[in-house]
Design a protein around this ligand. Structure first.
Ligand code: F6R
Ligand code: MG
Ligand code: MG
Length: 375
């Protein structure tokens, strides 16, 4: 149901990202590719505003427009931009040039073609603070814990307890990315059911969060969205990690900016480190430290804050580039040491089921026929 009243001039934020080549190895996007992407987006008359950046080896296009989600024109623009950057990456022999562009030709929607997409269309409030979250060396389920804590955990978000505007909680849209099905769950009533699903983060992922009756926000407009593309499901084999992105709106009837950032004071364990095959802590970093070095990681997250004004993006403010997250980074490094000492052993290495889409099955093939029955 949509609240009646003012005419709606909606804004769409689209973050579309892809790894189209990096330098050296899978560490960082080369500045030359960022320049090419900026030039391509600048030339387009489709956008209100944009910001091009990177998280590790992922080229991130943060765009605003009035065309709604799944616009073929916006998707085409992103695809063409990635193609241009990939062309340069190939010319420079950058590593993994064109890696995430899994299909040859664009066919109307970028979903299922390799890049990751988080998009939301909404009616801008009097003031609209938004945070773009960018992760590298992990999978979409890495957002489950922090998004749950922002919108459902009263120990994280004081507003759930003391702000009447969202004391009734939020609705969660959860996707089963294996079966390609979705379910809506309402918190706090169905909190334990929600956790029963999203604790299994390699299969059930929070796709969107919606407000509930009682607040001032339109009920059909999301307040958070996460990219859920799984590269291995598209390609049928390991081709790099999904490295998801998310968009979260905040304040005035939503979790405050500080409540949105608070979950990252705890560097939780995520999957996707080294060869997409290891668990490790996700480390909140400023953009200048969004480069994957040690054991191709550890997995990282960047948070860019904007004030969105009629589609114009004021910012970004590099939110984790702050001493308040120093301790989280130190803890992440301590956990990284501890996890690394397990070497090839689980639970540092992913459980066998999750290794199915890595290069390990090719190695295990060697033993087929060598096993004999135990009497
Ligand atoms: C890439 C990633 C890396 C690679 C690893 C091996 O996103 O996670 O850890 O999997 O560097 O890469 P190749 O097989 O290209 O040498
Ligand atoms: Mg790469
Ligand atoms: Mg990456």
């Amino acid at each position: 149901m949509v609240h009646p009243g003012k005419p709606r001039m909606k804004t769409t934020i689209s973050i579309i990202k892809a790894d189209v080549g990096s330098c050296p190895g899978h560490a960082v996007v080369h500045p030359e590719l960022i320049k090419i992407a900026e030039e391509a987006l600048k030339k387009s008359d489709l956008l209100i505003d944009f910001h091009v950046t990177n998280c590790g080896d992922d080229l991130e296009l943060i765009m605003t427009h009035n065309r709604g989600v799944d616009s073929d024109k916006i998707h085409q623009l992103a695809w063409n931009t990635f193609e241009k950057a990939a062309e340069k990456a190939k010319e420079m022999k950058l590593y993994g040039a064109g890696q995430d562009l899994l299909k040859d030709a664009f066919s109307g929607n970028i979903r299922g073609m390799g890049p990751g997409i988080a998009e939301m269309e909404f009616t801008e409030r009097k003031s609209e603070p938004v945070v773009a979250f960018l992760m590298d060396k992990t999978e979409p389920g890495a957002f489950n814990l922090p998004i749950f804590r922002m919108f459902a955990d009263p120990f994280n978000t004081a507003g759930l307890v003391i702000d009447p505007a969202f004391h009734d909680g939020f609705q969660f849209e959860v996707w089963d990315i294996l079966e390609h099905k979705r379910v809506m769950m309402s918190c706090p009533e169905e909190m334990y059911d929600l956790l029963a699903l999203i604790g299994a983060k390699s299969r059930y992922v929070i796709k969107r969060v919606y407000p509930k009756e009682g607040g001032k926000l339109p009920l059909d407009e999301p307040v958070a969205v996460v990219s859920t593309e799984k590269l291995s499901f598209i390609a049928g084999e390991y081709v790099g990690k999904d490295d998801p992105v998310g968009i979260v709106r905040s304040q005035s009837g939503l979790p405050a900016l500080g409540e949105v950032l608070e979950p990252f004071a705890f560097p939780h364990l995520v999957s996707g480190w080294m060869r997409g095959s290891h668990n490790g802590p996700i480390m909140p970093v400023g953009q200048k430290n969004a480069k994957c070095t040690r054991f191709d990681g550890p997995p990282r997250i960047v948070a860019l804050g904007f004030q969105c004004s009629n589609g114009k993006l004021h910012g970004p403010v590099d939110l984790f580039d702050d001493i308040a997250f120093d301790r989280a980074r130190k803890t992440a490094l301590k956990i990284a040491d501890y996890m690394r000492r397990h070497g090839p052993f689980e639970p540092h290495r992913l459980p066998l089921g999750d290794m199915e889409y890595t290069t390990l099955p090719k190695v295990l093939k060697k033993f087929e026929g060598k096993f004999v029955d135990i009497d």
